[in-house]
Structures are given as C-alpha cells and as structure tokens.
Design a protein around this ligand. Sequence first.
Ligand SMILES: NC(=O)c1ccc[n+]([C@@H]2O[C@H](COP(=O)([O-])OP(=O)(O)OC[C@H]3O[C@@H](n4cnc5c(N)ncnc54)[C@H](OP(=O)(O)O)[C@@H]3O)[C@@H](O)[C@H]2O)c1
Length: 343
Amino acid sequence: MRTVTHTAPGEPEDVLTLREDSSPPRPGTGQVLVRLLVRPVHPGDLALVRHAPTPPEQGPEFRVPGVEGMGIVESVGPEVRPDLRPGRRVAVFPAPGTWSDFVVVPADLAVPVPDGVADETAALMLVNPLTLLTLYRALEDALRGHKGPVLQTAAGSSVGRLLGAAAVRHGLRLINLERSTAGAERTRRRYPTQPVVSTSEDDWREQVRRHCGGEGVRVVLDSVGGAMTQDLAALLADGGTLISYGQLGSGTTPLEALPLVGRELTVRGVSVLRWTDRTPKERAQDVAFALDLARTTPDLLEVAARYDLADFKAAVEHARRPSKSGTVLLTSPPAADSGRGAA
Ligand SMILES: NC(=O)c1ccc[n+]([C@@H]2O[C@H](COP(=O)([O-])OP(=O)(O)OC[C@H]3O[C@@H](n4cnc5c(N)ncnc54)[C@H](OP(=O)(O)O)[C@@H]3O)[C@@H](O)[C@H]2O)c1
C-alpha cells in the first residue's frame, strides 16, 4: 500500500514523500475500506500541505493529503448498510487522506457510483459541484433577489466553469475575470453570452465598470484574493458583498484597506469543508445534484492529465501550470483480480 505523506507544512515538492506499508488499515464500526483508483489534485489540497499543522494532535505522526476520490469498496466494518458491499464503486468526500491506495471513511460519506458515470468523472463529482452549491447559496443570500451584476475571478478554473454554466442556466448577470488574454479568449468561446475581462489589460477595472452599465458589482465571487482584494472591493456597489473562497493570488490586503464601514460592504468566507454541517436530508439532495451533473454534463468535470500516485511530484507541478484546463488526477492500478481498468 502506497501513501503520500508529509510530517511538516511546506511547499509540496519539498515536504511530500511516498511511504510503503505492508497492509491497509481495517474499517471500524460504520466504516468502509475503499481501494482508491482515482483522486484529484485540488488547489485546496496543495494549500493544506503548505499550511495544515502536522502532525495532527492525535493519530499517526504524518498527514496524508487529499479529501476526495473514487474507488472500490474493499471491506466493510460492522453496522454498514448492505448496498456498500465489497466490490461496489464509490466516490468519497470528505475523506481526509485520499492520496493513498486505501482510505477508511464513514459509510455515510461513501456515495455509490451509478453505471454510466466513468471512474474519472466520479473522482471529481463531489468537491467542485458541492462547492458550486455552497457558493450559489451564499450568492443568493447576498443578492437578495437581484440577478447581478456578479463578478467572478479565475473564471477558467474548474469551479469558475461550473459557476459560468450555472449563470447561463439561471439567467445571472456574470462578468468573468481571467488573468491572461489567452484565458479570456478561452472563456469567451465557452460562454459567448457573458462578458470576459483580462486583468492583464491596464484598463480592466474600467472594462468591468462598463459591463456593469453604471451600477457597481453587487457580489464578487473570488478565489484569487491577496493583493487583488482591494481592487475587487473598489468595484463593489455600496452594500455589496465579497465572497472569498480561495487564495490563488499572492500578496495581502489588510482589512483596514477596505472601505467596509463607509460603504457598508460585507466580506464572507465559504468552504466546502463545512458541508457536513448540513442535515442528512440536505446532504442527500446535494449529492443527488452532483450525481445528476456527473451523468448529464461530465464535460464540466474536465481532466487535465493523469499520473500514477507514485508520480505525485510531476502531478503537483502540472496542477500548478499556467493555462491548464481541468483537474490533474492521481491514479492507482486496480486490484490484480478485478478485471477492470481505472477509467
Ligand atoms: N472554498 C472552497 O470550499 C473551495 C472548494 C473548491 C475550490 N476552491 C478554490 O477555488 C479555486 C479554483 O479551484 P479549481 O479546482 O477550480 O482550480 P483549477 O481548475 O486548478 O484552476 C485554477 C485556475 O486559477 C487560475 N489562477 C491560478 N493562479 C492565479 C492567480 N494568481 N491569479 C488569477 N488566476 C489564477 C488559473 O488560470 P490560468 O488559466 O491563467 O493559469 C486557472 O484557471 C481555488 O482557489 C481553490 O482553492 C475553494
């Protein structure tokens, strides 16, 4: 059993190593052991390697990255519902430690994957679609019945593309920001009815204001942050909301630099890692949405490249490459006796 681990926070290429163990862990009561076949390299996984305190206060002396993946149920502990028998294909989230050949998860966080959904699609169908739902709820709260204008950063990211598609479906006035003209061209081709602005152009702020038609932006959905936060806040209408859900950018903006008081702006953080706070019924509805998206529009869960788990360093480098489209995957070979491929 191979596991990618780290014992201290730091740059992934410096601190991550591959560990070999003779046997996988055993599932306890209400848990399943999943033989993972595919798991993504999300920007959030890399951020947690950089910042998560390690080792955890309890448990082993190392940390394993990854919160999502898909695989085959290998064995089940006592009191697990009967549909999760060994051999069942499942997607798992939140499942800390998916950058391993095996992970143990609570049975209620293992989602059976229907026939017709490919392994790679299943490996991507929870985190980003559930992030979309979480962001959309925060957006609707902030919009209070308005249809926009809404500005999003990193519009070509995997989450940004889901937001773009949702905006088309719901008639939301979405303005897309990209950091390069090539990225802006790509997003324009994808969503020809939506304005796209490249921040590489000196007058990008004026372009956004023109697309707003004189009013300010009601909500910014931002995954870049850093030094850009001040510009984004300046584009908000009085009473507007900046929803922060990622930190792809560099630099910082002190809170005091934002005109929060005088212009009654709101800054709100959103994290899919809080999704388990929802009730079981709400979670079931969200998972049904994710399954429907995986079945009907798998192209929205694009794969950028695949690497064997042992090639995690190359995968991390690819995941950070500019102009990448989609998500990089780490794969494990199926069990020798399974008679099936990983995609
Ligand atoms: N809060 C949550 O619960 C949650 C959940 C999921 C994702 N996220 C966040 O959502 C963001 C997107 O994730 P993803 O998986 O969709 O990413 P992704 O598919 O890997 O795409 C990353 C995108 O970010 C752009 N980018 C990278 N660095 C940038 C910078 N400094 N300035 C502007 N754009 C930059 C890239 O643009 P180029 O094409 O120009 O290279 C690329 O389009 C990340 O910040 C991630 O942490 C948050």
